[in-house]
Design a protein around this ligand. Sequence first.
Ligand SMILES: *Cc1c(COP(=O)(O)O)cnc(C)c1O
Length: 427
Amino acid sequence: MSKFHPNIWYPFTILQEAPTPLKVKKGEGLWLELEDGRRIMDCISSWWVNIHGHGHPEIAGAIADQAKELEQVIFANFTHDPAEQLAEKLTDELPGDLNRIFYSDDGSTAVEIAMKMAYQYWQNKGQKRTKFICFEGAFHGGTFGAMSAGGSSPFNEIFKDLLFDVEFVPYPDTWIGDTTVAEREDQVIAKLEKLLDANPEEYAGIMIEPLVQGAGGMRMCREDFLQKLHWVNRQFDTLLIFDEVMTGFGRTGDWFASRRAQVEPDLIALAKGLTGGFLPLSATVCSDKIYEAFNSSDPRKTFWHGHSYTANPIGCAAGLATLKLMHENEPIFSQMEQWHQEELHKLRDHPKLKNHRVMGTIAAVDIINTGEDGYLNPVANRIKERCVDEGLLLRPLGNTIYLMPPYCTTRAQLETMYQGIIKLIDI
Ligand SMILES: *Cc1c(COP(=O)(O)O)cnc(C)c1O
């Protein structure tokens, strides 16, 4: 008997190695209830999506109401209130003149659309710019454009012959007590200036996960670096693309990483938190300048892209309910960084931990062991299997263990998570 359901192929799963998946019966706030009756705290908001916790009644209610009214309609030549209202509310919170929303269904696609828009923008302006600058260690999703823009990893290694050419520069990640970061940032900026100076008309854009690289290991950079990057981008007139698929919706302690860093990118990709984890919906938001380059009667200047479920009304209704809760939960997501700092401080001298770091609601540490740093470090599987016995859902990225709890988490519950982690790293 296979441990897997005979008709399902599970994602990111080494088929002969993975444990039997645990069946979940119910989700409520921070808690997941398993079929065998155990209750565990979802310390990572599932795949970083359930920002307000599981089963929030207001989002569930908004979905039910919308489903009875209009569940879906073709979004070319037709429009509807939920899509329009969500676009208005979302652009109100975004920096600068990021005023145009293009809807799609997941983070990879939102990134893909941002890259297509940037590439075609230059063509519409009569220039051929064929390259992107991206960051080592980045994760932008599983589609081919997103994989091309991602750093080398076990995820995209197999497909590397099929990926297009991207220029990579280091991501100047930092941690508490790091003294070398300013110097490393300057080196990255110098490298960028050199690339852009040598071929100013070659680069369509620079794409980054602002403040935190997620799947690449919760690597965090400073706001200062993003400001320098913004300045370089302005100086050389390329496009700055922020992949805020993970950092959006309060994760970095402000509504968006771009807002926290006071930087105005030309394009932003949003997904994970957008519907509070209820439905797949994503958005690529562009500046007026980009939209205007497509605003033409010429079919060659048209953006020929769309999806069967573009701007699904139920997803948009979930998005509207989520944004309302964002306003109510603002005190919590802006305060959680302080709580994490207090807990990390207690672990500062732990002999098995290094590189303590925090950004808003996200905290991470690296476990020191004999394995190599990185995604395939074996400690990840041991923790994944045993964390449930401690009442926690954790999913380390290699030897990086992190917390990304929903905004309904209390101070005491956060402390319980840290106590669980201390027990788990001793295995
Ligand atoms: C998860 C993620 C993606 C991909 O999103 P999917 O919804 O999984 O396709 C892209 N970029 C970042 C930064 C992410 O964290």
